[in-house]
Structure formats: C-alpha cells, structure tokens
Design a protein around this ligand. Sequence first.
Ligand code: ATP
Ligand code: MG
Length: 332
Amino acid sequence: MSRVFSGIQPTGEPHIGNYFGAMRNYVRLGEQFGKNSLYCVVDLHAITNPNAFDPATLAEKTYEMALANFAIGLDPSQVIFFVQSHVPEHHELNWIFTSITPVGELERMTQYKDKAGQFESIPSGLLMYPALMAADILLYKADTVPVGEDQDQHLELTREIARKFNHHFGQTFPEPKSVHDPNALRIPGVDGNGKMGKSKGQGSTIGILEPLDAIWQKLRVAPTDPARVRRTDPGNPDVCLIFDYHKLFSDLDTIQLVDRECRTAGIGCVDCKKKLMEGVTEHLTPIQQRAEELRTDPDYVKDALRQGAQEARAIARPVIEEVREKVGFLKL
Ligand code: ATP
Ligand code: MG
C-alpha cells in the first residue's frame, strides 16, 4: 500500500506555483489514498530562512497556509493534515539522519546554494533542511511525494539517506519517489526573475488568495518576450511567462489562439494578458469564496489541525520506536 507525504512552508502567501506544482496533486492523491496521504505545514523548515521567518507572523502564516489548502478542496477529514512542529517525532528522526548524512552532500544542494547566498551568516538549519525533509517523509514510511520539480534533488538525497539507514541498521524505509504535474514543473515568477517563490516576496508571486485587482496590476506590468518591442512585432510565446500561465489557466482554444496570434502580431500583449485574467478569475474565484467561508468559523482550521496531529503521531510513534531499537539506544 502506497503512502503519500508532502509539505509546504509557511514562508509567505501560497501562490499559483505551489497550487499547480504541488497542492492540486494533494487533492487528487488525497481522494485516492485517504488517510494514507499526509500533508504538513512545515514550520520547522520555515524558521531556517531568516528572510522569511518572523516570530510575530509565523503562527498566522501557518494558519493561513492550512486554510488555503482547505480552500482549494483538500478535506482534512479525508486526509491527514497537520503542522510539523505539532509532531515532535520529526525532530528525533531528523537528528538521527543528520548523523548519517555527509556535510558535502548537503552543501551540494542547489536550493541551499541559492538561499545561503543571501546571508552573511548562514544558519546551519538551512544546510540541514534536506535531512529534516527526509525525516518528514520517512517518518511515515511514505513512498510517494507530490512536489514541484525543484524538490527532485532533495528527494534523491532522501532515497540515499533511506538506503544508508537500511544498510547500517537493517531494512526499515522505502525509497520514495516524487510525483509531478507535467504542466507545472517550475512556474516562473511574475517579475521574470526565476522560479516563483514565497520567500522571494510579493513581487514574485501571484497568490491564490490575492485580490483579483492586485493580480491584474502584477500581470499588467509583467515582462513578456523582450524581443517584442512594438505592438506590430511578432512575439515568441515560448519565451513568455504569460504564455506559461495561459497553459495553466486557459482552455485549449485560447492557448492555441494566443500562441498563433502572438507569433503573427495579431494580438497585443495587453489583450493577451486580459484573456489570461479571464482564466485566472474563473479558477481563483471559487477558491477565494471558499476561503472566506472558512474564515467565518474560527475553530474549523484549528480543530482540523489538532485532529491531524493526533493521527500523524499515531503513525509516527511506532516508527520512532523501531528506529530507536535499530540504532541501539538503551531501552528501559
Ligand atoms: P520558499 O520560497 O519559502 O522556498 P516556495 O514558494 O518555494 O517557498 P515551498 O513551501 O518551498 O514553496 O514548496 C511547496 C511546494 O510547492 C513544493 O512541492 C515545491 O516544489 C512547490 N513549488 C514551489 N514553487 C514552485 C514553482 N514555482 N513551480 C512549481 N512548484 C513549486
Ligand atoms: Mg521552496
């Protein structure tokens, strides 16, 4: 029987990269695997990034991230949805994994190199991130991990850690694999500055709960094909992030139309963006309405998270017992 695990950091507002790259698969796999699918707001990871972590807002961001997941249609009574710091077994397995993970492997990770480059003093937690991520997944012996493509390198290291543990201490863990949405491997940021990312700030993201007029203001000024200077110049959709977004939000007819008309200068960038905005509005309006409904019941999210943590711990505890025994800790 497969088990699914995935985590999302409360480092900012959930955006369309998170939604299409990962969260939408949570819903799909949740319907398939029920209580064998675990989703987690990974606040222990979030505190490793000083740019995104503020103790004054961490709780609120954690709450908002849970709410956003429920608003897209994830049903917490059908799956196990919880907050990482509410299940302390994650720390314990993480520590054991750090003792079998070479520093060189951690230093090689592109996410680490990208994020560490922003700091003069690098928190060691940022380096340890993939060991904690391996612990998150393997604590539940999960084998299926819905994530964006940017997490593939971490998944590879997770498999290596599982192999190493099994080799040293006896067969214990599966070697988990990532599951991607092929249309949403790596959604670019609306500022045209690489991958869309929460911790890069609001300039990079189109939030799934962001007011539609604010989204339009971002799309309106978003860069398109830099070679298309005048309205009469033909454009190349393959290098245009607006076209990437069309592939997520628009129907096939619209995608084909803007593809064709852009190449022949039949449509201007503003009209192309307006067409995109129609799809964005259609997709996000029901999600935003559901979020507003959820806000009217202040207990819903917290009750769900309390229940989720209990269910997660019930799976985690026996695994930790098994690990303690295999590592050889004295049992009393
Ligand atoms: P941060 O900037 O703090 O790292 P993030 O936006 O990258 O935030 P994470 O919480 O790190 O979001 O990742 C949550 C999930 O969303 C992961 O599965 C990740 O692979 C996926 N994801 C994040 N950004 C994108 C993107 N631009 N395109 C596709 N998937 C993405
Ligand atoms: Mg990230």
